[in-house]
Design a protein around this ligand. Structure first.
Ligand code: UDX
Length: 435
């Protein structure tokens, strides 16, 4: 099958590469000529484990093509995926759909035979219907259908999530579109992956509901962690105790510094906003957003308390800057709230991240960056672990201790045990782990 993917950001590139791996011929289009040239040269603009190999193999086999020429890309395509950005609109959090609508209106001119136009970007409920409205008069109704096929890809595990998903959700309202979508996902269908066909609105809401539910679990356990700290309980055991109940499940119950990334913060805000426009207040999700935003800022206070009430002139070592491990993505990372708040209180910040430093350098000021995890530790008055990269799970603790001015460890991801750290002579502060 011949398909086109518009937008070579995270979602577009991963989806395009994976569809080509299924055997389809995929043309990825982007307006950014420099990005397309880099992709043609075999350079991958994002860090995602496994993506480079997949792109190289399928490009070499001519199943994965890159171009800036939308007209050429649309020639003979049976399906076109819209995978352009839907950033939070400044001020109200509403998903900004200008790039989605611009792409649809532009591609309409190049559709000459039946094509399914599919939204892959996360778009608020009603967007599919609005796309149909905008196409009226631009394109003969017989030449197209609109479908919604939300992605559920985790950064750092996106290839695995695409190739072996828990489910595929497809919103369609015609048999012809359903047939095309079935053909696209045939390899997964043969694997017995559940493929859920719904109407457009249901698929659009399913995406937001999934992200909002997972974000709710995180904010829930984060608040439990705060209570655990006050009463001498251990939130990790609470997570285990509730997670073993199959109705609850053990996933997304790790307490931490608050969720970040390109999806949860943006999508929860967008859901609250779009539900408001329908007169249906999302009270729970609104609280989740609020708890999370306040939490990220409040994390700096923990570091200040660990440093006996002041970080003025103190040297703080930070390990981990990205919003989670195995990505170079800094979007809405807790580090972007914690580090400036510490600096505001006079801290001098030295940091390391395995993949995120080039992006972090653009987003954080007055931070000294090091290429190895021990660099920031020299003469540090506290070590703060913000992201749980595997590299930080087995640090040489004797070396860490000897490098630091004061052996204070604030572990926002609970990757170390309190007892072990006490035995190594550290003053250890985790999240939700007793007094
Ligand atoms: C998420 C969804 O998982 C994915 O299905 C969707 O399509 C896009 O958004 P992603 O943003 O890549 O994926 O990361 P995810 O692994 O879900 O983590 C999101 C944030 O939640 C991170 O900041 C992470 O540190 C935090 N988190 C996650 C926790 O604090 N605790 C947890 O138990 C799980």
């Amino acid at each position: 099958m011949k398909i086109t993917v518009i937008g070579t950001g995270y979602v577009g590139l991963v989806s395009g590469a994976c569809f080509s791996e299924f055997g389809h011929t995929v043309t990825c289009v982007d307006k950014d000529a420099d990005k397309i040239q880099r992709l043609l040269n075999g350079e991958i603009p994002i860090y995602e484990p496994g993506l480079d190999g997949l792109v190289a193999r399928n490009s070499a086999e001519k199943r994965l093509l890159f171009t800036t020429d939308l007209k050429a890309a649309m020639d003979g395509a049976e399906a076109v995926f819209i995978a352009v950005g839907t950033p939070s609109r400044r001020g109200d959090g509403h998903a900004d759909l200008q790039y989605v609508f611009a792409a649809v209106e532009e591609l309409a001119a190049f559709i000459k035979s039946y094509t399914v136009i599919i939204t892959k970007s996360t778009v608020p409920v009603g967007t599919g219907a609005e796309i149909k409205n905008r196409l009226q008069g631009l394109l003969d109704e017989k030449l197209y259908d609109v479908a919604s096929n939300p992605e559920f890809l985790r950064e750092g595990a996106a290839i695995e999530d695409f190739m072996r998903p828990d489910r595929v959700v497809v919103g369609v309202d015609s048999d012809a579109a359903k047939k095309v979508m079935n053909a696209l996902y045939r390899p997964l269908f043969l694997n017995e992956t559940p493929i859920l066909f719904t109407n457009l609105e249901t698929a659009e809401i399913t995406k937001y509901a999934a992200n909002a539910f997972l974000a709710t679990k995180i904010s829930f356990i984060n608040e439990m962690a705060d209570l655990c700290e006050k009463v001498g309980a251990d939130v990790q055991q609470v997570s285990k105790g509730i997670g073993l109940d199959k109705r609850i499940g053990n996933k997304f119950l790790h307490a931490g510094p608050g969720f970040g990334g390109s999806c949860f913060p943006k999508d929860t805000r967008a859901l609250v906003h779009s539900a408001d426009t329908y007169g249906v207040p999302m009270r729970i999700v609104r609280s989740v957003v609020d708890v999370n935003e306040k939490r990220k800022i409040a994390m700096a206070e923990r570091v200040i308390t660990a440093c006996n009430g002041s970080v003025e002139g103190k040297r703080i070592a930070v390990l981990g800057l990205t919003f989670k491990p195995n990505t170079d993505d800094m979007r809405e990372s807790p580090s972007l709230d914690i580090i400036p708040a510490l600096q505001k209180h006079g801290a001098v910040v030295h940091a390391h991240d395995p993949k995120g430093m080039s992006e972090a350098k653009e987003m954080l000021e007055d931070v000294t960056f090091y290429d190895d995890p021990y660099g920031p530790l020299k003469d540090a008055d506290a070590l703060v672990i913000i992201t749980e990269w595997n590299q930080f799970r087995a640090l040489d603790l004797k070396r860490v201790h000897s490098l630091m001015n004061k052996p204070v460890l604030v572990d926002f991801r609970n990757i170390y045990s309190k007892a072990d750290m006490a035995a190594e002579g550290f003053d250890y502060i985790g999240i939700g782990r007793g007094k």
